[in-house]
Design a protein around this ligand. Sequence first.
Ligand code: GLA
Length: 692
Amino acid sequence: MSATTAPGASPVAVNQQASAPFSPPAFLFGGDWSPEQWDPRTWREDIELMRRAKVNTVSLGIFSWSALEPAEGVFETDWLHEVIDLLTDAGIGFFLATPTASPPPWFTLSHPEAMPVTAQGVRLTHGSRDTYAVSAPAYREASRRIARMLAERFGQHPGLSGWHLHNEYGTLDHGPEAARAFRSWLRDRYGSLDELNRHWSTAFWSQGYGDWEEITPPRATQYLHNPAQLIDFRRFSSDEMRAAMVEQRDEIRAAGSSAPMTTNFMLPEWNHLEQWGWADELDVVALDHYLDTPGPDAEAHVAYGSDLARSWSDGPWVLMEQNAAGIALGDRTVVKSADRMIRHSLGYIARGSQSSLFFQWRASLGGAEQWHSALVPHTGGTSRRFEAVCELGTILERIAPAVRPPSEGPLVEAEAGILWHADGWWALETPHLPSDAITYSDEVRATHRSFWRAGIPVDFVRPGSDASRYRFLVVPCLYPLSDAQVTWLEQYVDNGGELLVTFLSGISDPSLRIAPDGYPGRLRTLLGVRVEELRPLPAGEEVALSTGAVVEEWTELVDTVDAEPIAQYTHGDLCGLPAITRVARGAGHAVYLSARLRQESRDAFLADTAQRLGILPTLPGAAVRGLEAVRRRSSGADHVFLLHHGTESVTVRGEGRDLISGRDTAQGLDIEPGGWAVLALSPAEVLEIVEG
Ligand code: GLA
């Protein structure tokens, strides 16, 4: 069966060139659709509902392997052709997934060696999903085969918005296939066993390797693992999964499909990828973003995920999944109100998303996620929830002028940056650090939260990239640093940047070997300090600084070498000694923060520093009222997204128009609590709050 396009219907077509920013003609709206779970009558009802809601994009095939290839080498795609025809007739585009996250039972039975093994030595089997050994040749071959088949049959379809490669890569394997590939990765990295032994500090606890075959993934062992082995295994696993993804991409390209390629990264707590390197292989970054709190921090978390995705993508990105109506807290799922769902959708778009896509279109009636929310709930299209979905569809249509990325310059202009690297995350997950209370994710997120609370736009920055547009760069807890990264940070300061380095940064080299002669060894010279002792605090203990800032969890015994103290500890053994220091170097300054500031103190410190540097909030006076303001640039105009998370009405004024309500803003526009607006302004136009 061949695909047809009905006269007049135009599925959302996006740019097909790998190098151009991802630029669909309208914001992509929809979600994962699993027609294989439903009968054809429901497909038709779904299409009707999609039209009603103005859905223009769905993601197909994510977990369809057993439906597409019911037996090895036997492909059944008639149903998918039929579904795509229905979509096309309705003018709805689609991402097509390679279904490789969920190999079917026949695959497990014929290739038991391609099932992953846990660190405890348990070989997993089908029954859930994500059950594959990524290094197993049979899995790789089967993945390439099905990717190729899909590309040959659907790769030229005009409704194809892009390729959704796999789903949330992240299954770690500790079995024999992984061991073989890990050894080969280590040979490439170290060249010789002598080098590996040196980097892994294997003289400790009699771990010297005399043969490559002796090396295994970090499997269950009696006591603590070697941290260098652990972090290398994380790097290897990321590289191995990336190689699998690249193979699929190349198969699809070789079959002649030029549609954009993406895969969905995952946040907040599941981090198995080195995102910068992965992004290099993709046309656009996609993110699945699930909130982990129902409280007010959810809004900051939306901004955090969005700023990360925009930074990884270096421009527009795709929100591939968010939860339509729930916030899963582990032991229960609480409801996300419909207006919050809309505000969050606008929040992702404000910060560069080209889409508002959800998991999932229709709530399943069976299977493991039958209680997961959806755009069409179990109650169906006749529901308040679905009315809100239709409202979102209308809003997205109205704000379509914001979708075009600017012809030059960033999508969101930020003068502040936060250094991000997965190495920091993985390093702080190794055991027996001075304190388990410090996690990379919490520290980076707390830093980002401070900027968000101040209403100051911020990017995440790749080590080694061009950071010249950032006047202020924060390095939270990036424990290992390479020589090149240290030199890059030095140059950033020499060239006039203000660098803020926090505790637990620059402690070690990439192999997690501590740099000697005082902490943070790799950055001591740059920061002009020498730390003699790391002093984690007992849980619940707080220490005040001379500035009034409050510290929890972490302090240090700091000697200034060249730096000046700008805050001192005020209690105990450290009383009078420096807690925060600053040193001039070249045209810039380097600040060292040796203590973990409580969130409010961190907020004040970062906002004060930004103010001193002349870095302004997007809309002065907004954040304190709970009004989030983000300026997203597009060709010809700026769009200021106003999302009101506060409790009192706020009036803004500026020469422009709210694309959603159509109201003119020159005389003032009231934004009610829980409300939103997207203002089209000329790039030079200044928006202000009307004091009432
Ligand atoms: C992930 C997956 C989806 C679904 C959701 C549930 O993001 O990609 O298939 O399982 O989680 O929240």
